[in-house]
Design a binder for this molecule. Sequence first.
Ligand code: FAS
Ligand code: PHB
Length: 389
Amino acid sequence: MKTQVAIIGGGPSGLLLSQLLYKRGIDSIVLERKTKDYVLSRIRAGVLEKGLMALLEEAGVADRMHAEGFPHDGTLISYGNEMFHVDFAKHTGTKVMVYGQTEITRDLYDAREAADGKIEFEVENVVIHGADTDKVHLTYAVHGEERRIDCDFVAGCDGFHGVSRQTIPLDVRREYEKVYPFGWLGVLSETPPVNDELIYANSERGFALCSMRNANLSRYYIQCSLSDSPDDWTDEAFWEELKRRIPADQAEKLVTGPTIEKSIAPLRSFVTEPMRWGRLFLCGDAAHIVPPTGAKGLNTAASDVHYLYHGLCEHYENGSDAGLDAYSEKALARVWKAERFSWWFSSLMHRYPDQTTFDHRMQVAELEFLRSNDAAQKAMAENYVGLPY
Ligand code: FAS
Ligand code: PHB
């Protein structure tokens, strides 16, 4: 089989890139390890930056987001029983959109299938051959049948545990990592959200986040021990703990109910450099991971897709490789700013096992400065709504 761009990974990065390329007449094939249902069963990101919204519009898959998503002007931040609002619209003139990553992925699958896009599921043993030559190709198997794709470029959109990053030789790769000493226990419940806006909570018992997917589907998280498993937490225990971590007036109005999903995500900051090796380009979680505190994971995957998409269009439409040659440096410049914001917000909002009383007072002082200072709020707002591409 031949294609122009072989895309490894059928998550949001791979699907968005494939759909954008299709709109410009550039051929691609997406190889996905899991089934479509499995991919759509994952519950992940919930907040979209303006840049991602614009890409979804350009890809022709933004109608449901605009119809069912929730534009948010700002967010609430609480510490103990104190709570304040950071107004993104006031400080930046921009909002964010609350619309689940699962729905984005569904919209992208629908669009690719409507366009007869080539997607292969349940692929195994994907191997990238000759990425650092002019003759790159992939081999893989589907239900035991060996296959080959000859292509011009490979987009490694296969997430943190994929094969693409590992294809870049260790003496070429530089990796940077910080593993956090806690995880996030997340639940979905068919209950009305406790508040119209998200609540990021710093409490003496640990971090909590109140989010949502729609008027009757709420998403909640509490910081938990890395030794916890979802089965350690009954629904009742989760709700009681969440109530103890958010301000009393919010806890009083929290509507609880059976959880329909419960999972624990470990938190890490990770970047691999470079994001390109010959004809292989890494995109999204294949190249970088952030703690979800700043809602940057999916949104930084989007800016990678933006840079790679434009680089590929320049190559095929103008015969110029300037965009592709600049890809890694350009993407990493924005990745590191997202890493910093995610690390900063995680450091501000979580309880660390080795935290001293002085460390906690530093958190309270920074929260009170953020509460009272417009410049501090503007800086936070600009990072949260998304720095320019
Ligand atoms: P993804 O990991 O989504 O997709 C990669 C795809 O490649 C997967 O479908 C995988 O099956 C496939 N794949 C892997 N190896 C392969 C191989 N060898 N061959 C073929 N296919 C292969 N971000 C937020 O902003 N907010 C959140 O709350 C949030 N929560 C998260 C919770 C968890 C548990 C995780 C893991 C991530 C979370 N993220 C969150 C980050 C998440 O949203 C990612 O940033 C986003 O999924 C990135 O999309 P992709 O780069 O497409 O990677
Ligand atoms: C979510 O709704 O899943 C969500 C929102 C904001 C975050 C992380 C997760 O920072």
